[in-house]
Design a binder for this molecule. Structure first.
Ligand SMILES: Nc1nc2c(ncn2[C@@H]2O[C@H](COP(=O)(O)OP(=O)(O)OP(=O)(O)O)[C@@H](O)[C@H]2O)c(=O)[nH]1
Ligand SMILES: [Mg+2]
Length: 295
């Protein structure tokens, strides 16, 4: 059997988490149209009779602006250095630039075998694909490019097989029922963050962290979840809550529905909004808010 880790790397918003979810067949990572959705490394495990592929989703490559983005970029760099293979995800619909080619070459030079997934082909003219691949070749990229659409599931199996072929022969790293290394408690906080990313604009969702204070299963099988939405400015708090609490109520209700799907049970959700002034710039607060140094 082939078994190993695949680091999933690429620019922010390229479609990494969507692709991992589709290949693994479960929602292991949240997705949104805003860059910098993923903040931690998240494993998604695919086990079949002849293979176990451990995908390690990472924060997308993006300019560093504060302590949080600095930590995120470090996470991605660390993951890319300790892996059996790299899947570089590129947003094909955005076109290709020489800078993209440089990034691809940088990761290919780390030593692990690499493949490029050229994704979002469902929203672009297919004639452009060979033209873009040719450009990448001219800029010195000598790595296989596999066009896919995560949204339509197009060519995804081919990508999976090609990745599998890069992995060493060996025993599986996880038992076959494991899908992610992340707890339900973590996923619940991420689902809350996902709904905030979808509902609010500009800096607000980027300045939000979620702290889960209570996550417990009652005897009757229902869950009690209580969490803080931590934002970085007083005026952000007012916007998050909205007039008479309407905005927050709607956002929490969306999140609760997804939590119920995840846990397969009714969820009683309580949400508070708190302010920790400019927390993203405060190294000391990152760990407390879930963004400490990762193993
Ligand atoms: N049309 C189309 N949209 C896609 C596809 N894959 C991802 N998207 C969209 O692209 C956006 C970004 O997707 P993500 O999976 O969150 O991207 P990411 O690379 O994980 O982003 P970060 O975590 O911010 O680095 C979302 O709006 C997705 O719905 C695809 O194959 N086709
Ligand atoms: Mg992501």
């Amino acid at each position: 059997m082939r078994s190993g880790t695949v680091a999933v790397i690429g620019r922010a918003n390229a479609g990494k988490s969507t692709l991992v979810n589709v290949i693994v067949g479960e929602k292991v990572a949240i997705v949104s149209p805003k860059p910098q959705t993923t903040r931690n490394r998240i494993m998604g495990v695919l086990t079949r009779e002849d293979r176990q592929i451990v995908f390690v989703d990472t924060p997308g490559l993006y300019r560093e602006r504060n302590a949080l983005t600095g930590r995120m970029m470090k996470t991605t760099e660390d993951v890319s250095k300790e892996t059996d293979a790299i899947l570089f995800v590129h947003d094909g619909h955005a076109g290709v630039t020489e800078e993209d080619a440089s990034l691809m070459k940088k990761y290919a030079s780390l030593g692990a075998p690499m493949l490029i997934a050229y994704t979002k082909t469902d929203i672009m003219p297919v004639e452009r694909i060979p033209e873009d691949v040719k450009k990448l070749n001219e800029w010195g990229v000598e790595i296989d490019v596999i066009p896919v659409s995560a949204r339509k599931g197009r060519n995804v199996k081919r990508l999976e097989d090609a990745l599998c072929a890069l992995l060493p022969e060996g025993e599986p790293l996880f038992s076959e029922d494991v899908i992610s290394d992340r707890s339900e408690r973590f996923m619940v906080s991420e689902l809350m963050r996902e709904k905030i990313l979808l509902k609010y604009d500009k800096e607000i969702p980027h300045g939000v962290a979620i702290v889960v204070n209570t996550f417990s299963r009652r005897e009757n099988g229902t869950y009690e979840v209580s969490l803080d939405i931590v934002c970085e400015k007083k005026n952000h708090k007012a916007i998050l809550i909205g007039k008479q609490g309407k905005a927050l109520k709607e956002t929490a209700s969306f999140a609760r529905q997804d939590m119920e799907k995840l846990l397969g049970a009714k969820v009683f959700l309580t949400v508070y909004v708190k302010v920790r002034e400019d927390w993203r710039d405060r190294e000391g607060l990152l760990k407390e808010l879930g963004y400490g140094e990762e193993e």
